[in-house]
Design a protein. Structure first.
Length: 378
């Protein structure tokens, strides 16, 4: 297997899991962005034949026989050379798309933690998987839950799916105080430990907007059959409602190792030593509607689905730029979503025929988001 984004939270947890099952997994490629020291440490432990840094960092110290490549093109070359059976794509943001396309285009199994791939290019990736017979296994907690609940059920039996969301750190905060939200507050998620961009996305719920798009492409469900529900305890990871009134929910502790392990072991279930779920600890589980006034990012996903085309690429690019501006202290918290919404609504959706179309939409959205941020700063 190849682990891309191996120095991030998902990548590190995947390596922990791999280490407990050496008889089952062979790591042939490790990739990171700029953390050369952590990549070198992981390579020393797992002894891959190939390693890559996509950023402009100095090459790490690598074990003998480990080939090193650099840059986005170097990552695709490393995949060609390593020939993994399974690619765990835990790269952050739009940068993960080329590796997802490579994996599906070569008919390999894609364990997908990079939700942006489907947000940006869902129709292209689905077509690639259909043509090559490749499989996408969703590492996202919510989509992994839906995947397990669906089993072999035909879509005709599914009334809708319910994607749960913790509500983030501002679930009960007065709306009129959102303008004073600080970076430190936004990075303090109540139930999950993640990287900065995804943590801020969980606070704005843009992350959940992406998950609506991801669910549409993963499970071939129209927007009206995908619902978002606030569930603060993060114990029910998602639910599937069937036409006969039955509902199946996948439950467990809020630990990303659970969906990672499920996808790496699929179709088997592998043992792993982590805290088991004890239902007696949860006398009451809360569920509430997703309030569009508190979470205006979520309705944007449905707008994008209705418009079709390259809207997902625009949504993601604008959010990457706006989130980075917030983290840099250049933009207020509510302005993340208002900036993204303006970029999305200004641009007429265009069809996606190639990765070049995705790149064009991404670049145009980034330019427009940056212009809007500069206007606000002035």
């Amino acid at each position: 297997m190849a682990i891309l984004g191996c120095t991030g939270s998902v990548g590190r947890q995947a390596l922990d899991i791999v280490a407990t099952h050496p008889e089952r997994f062979e790591v042939v490629l490790l990739a990171a962005h700029e953390n050369a020291a952590a990549l070198g440490q992981a390579a020393a432990q797992h002894r891959p034949g190939h390693a890559c840094l996509t950023g402009r960092a100095e090459p790490p110290e690598l074990p003998p026989g480990c080939e090193f490549r650099r840059g986005e093109a170097g990552l695709l070359e490393a995949l060609d050379r390593a020939e993994p059976d399974v690619v765990l794509n835990a790269i952050t943001g739009a940068a993960g798309l080329p590796a997802s396309a490579w994996t599906l285009g070569h008919g390999r199994t894609l364990a997908l933690a990079n939700k942006e791939s489907l947000v940006l290019a869902g129709p292209l990736l689905r077509d690639l998987a259909r043509r090559t017979g490749a499989r996408i296994l969703p590492v996202d907690s919510e989509h992994c839950a839906v995947f397990q609940c669906l089993g072999q059920e035909p879509l005709a039996n599914v009334r809708r799916i319910w994607l749960t969301a913790s509500g983030g750190p501002f679930r009960t905060r007065p709306l009129d105080s959102f303008g004073s939200i600080t970076k430190a507050e936004a990075l303090r998620h109540p139930t999950w430990t993640m990287g900065p961009r995804i943590t801020v996305g969980s606070a704005t719920m843009m992350n959940k907007a992406f998950e609506v798009l991801e669910a549409h492409w993963l499970f071939d469900l129209p927007a009206e059959r995908i619902e978002v529900l606030i569930h603060p305890q993060s114990i029910v990871h998602s639910m599937v409602e069937f036409v006969d009134g039955s509902m199946l929910a996948q439950c467990g502790v809020p630990d990303m190792r659970v969906p990672i392990l499920y996808c790496l072991g699929w179709p088997d279930r592998l043992p792993f030593a982590f805290e088991p779920f004890d239902p007696r600890r949860w006398a009451q589980l809360e569920f509430a509607p997703c309030d569009p006034a508190r979470y205006p990012a979520v309705p944007l996903a449905y707008e994008v689905l209705r418009a079709g085309g390259d809207g997902g690429a625009v949504l993601n690019a604008a959010d990457e730029v706006a989130t980075a501006a917030f983290l840099a202290g250049e933009l207020g918290f509510p302005e993340i979503t208002t900036t993204v919404a303006q970029v999305v609504r200004e641009r007429t959706a265009r069809p996606i025929r190639s990765l070049a179309d995705v790149a064009a939409a991404d670049a145009a959205a980034r330019r427009r988001a940056q212009d809007l941020i500069l206007e606000r700063v002035r």
